[in-house]
Design a protein around this ligand. Structure first.
Ligand SMILES: Cc1ncc(COP(=O)(O)O)c(C=O)c1O
Length: 383
């Protein structure tokens, strides 16, 4: 009954593991990639008011013009990057839909897509479901989990249709500096490869300035499909609002698919997202909390021998468990059953990462402290 393409895609490694966590009492979950904050009140209030006013219709396929205009204003102000709200911005149902649309809009059967790993779980799956072929670019801890330029150059010889780029990155918390991005752009410049740049964590960058990939030149802007949304930095996962900034031709193609499969993102969520762009104080508050937690968890993981590099963005650590001589799934299962702490096995993000686990610090400092006590106990038994 099922297409070969879909059958070939393995189920999400994270789902399988979290089916185990569900229903287990007293577990501290450092597994989920979701803010622990409730959506800031001013955003929720805006949604409530819109509902009270009876705003319950479809919107234009591309999304409410006011939201597109506000996103264009946000990019112009924050990044000096100009997108036309009329035809260079599309509102989607989360970055998830934006990613799916981008791949379906540009790929023909067999087209190659470079996916750097460790990677967000959806990337290879969506490439394959869209009929594409994944060209893996494996990064290593020694490379700081950053794209190695000569590996990229070699893969570009195979003329990939696109590369998926994630900055800041899930699961490593890596963030590329402006100089590093420029080096990557120099290699891509003059080629035909499109860049799908997933920047959903751009509000969660701690010690550096974020530069969107499209900001380097007119050519970079033309070839980059910039994906972003409100799930992470604005704590709005359940609202399901994302957006795409790209050239007119790509936005038109993506809107075509979107108009047949989704019609439009929910109006209430779009109105709330417009308010979110004004909620600077709330965003700064959450960002400072994540920074404190990051500093704490990074220090503690290293103290316990779980070697970890200070993450520069998002809300994840990707420490090494190599010393403990267990595979990542076995390590995560034992930690869960013995001490009731959930982390995600590294293999969920690529088969090469069996010596790592992903730890999310989108959790209260109090819970993080208790989790560290439990992890310390667990590791003492392993030695
Ligand atoms: C890198 C990355 N991209 C996209 C998404 C999906 O985001 P959204 O909730 O906007 O669909 C996630 C969620 O974890 C993510 O980590």
């Amino acid at each position: 009954m099922i297409s070969k393409r879909v059958k070939k895609v393995p189920p999400s490694g994270i789902r399988e593991f979290f089916d185990l966590v569900l229903g287990m009492p007293e577990v501290i979950s450092l597994g989920v990639g979701e803010p622990d904050f409730i959506t800031p009140w001013r955003i929720r209030e805006k949604a409530i008011t819109a509902l009270e006013e009876g705003l319950t219709s479809y919107t234009s396929n591309k999304g409410l013009f006011v939201l597109r205009r506000d996103i264009a204003g946000h990019y112009r102000e924050k990044y000096s990057l100009v997108y036309d709200p009329e035809d260079e911005i599309l509102i989607t149902v989360g970055v998830s839909e934006a990613l799916d649309l981008a791949l379906r809009a540009i790929l023909d059967p067999g087209d190659k897509v470079v996916v750097a790993s460790p990677h967000y779980v959806a990337y290879p799956a969506l490439v394959e479901i869209s009929g594409g072929k994944v060209l893996p670019l494996v990064t290593t801890p020694e490379e700081g989990f950053k794209i190695n330029i000569s590996k990229l150059k070699n893969l570009l010889k195979l003329e990939p249709k696109a590369i998926i780029f994630n900055n800041p990155a899930n699961p490593t918390g890596v963030h590329y500096s402006n100089e590093e991005l420029k080096k990557i752009w120099q290699v891509l410049s003059g080629k035909k490869t499109l860049i799908i740049s997933d920047e959903v964590y751009d509000e969660l960058v701690y010690d550096q300035k974020h530069s969107p990939f499209s900001s380097f030149s007119q050519e970079a802007k033309k070839r980059t499909i910039l994906l972003n949304g409100f799930s992470k930095g604005h704590a709005m996962t359940g609202f399901r609002v994302g957006f795409v900034c790209a050239n007119k031709e790509i936005i038109e193609a993506m809107t075509k698919i979107h108009s047949f499969s989704i019609m439009c993102a929910p109006i209430i969520a779009q109105i709330a997202a417009s308010e979110a762009l004004l909620a600077h104080k709330d965003i700064n508050y959450m960002q400072s909390a994540y920074r404190r937690r990051r500093d704490y968890i990074n220090k503690e993981l290293n103290r316990l021998g779980l070697d970890n590099k200070l993450p520069q963005g998002a809300f994840y650590c990707f420490p090494s468990i190599k010393k403990f001589k267990l595979g990542s799934l076995e390590f995560a299962k034992k930690l869960l059953f013995q001490e009731k702490v959930a982390v995600v096995p590294g293999v969920a993000f690529g088969k090469e990462f069996n010596s790592h686990v992903r730890i999310s610090y989108a959790n209260s400092l109090e819970n993080l402290k208790e989790a560290i006590v439990r992890i310390e106990k667990f590791l003492a038994k392993l030695k």
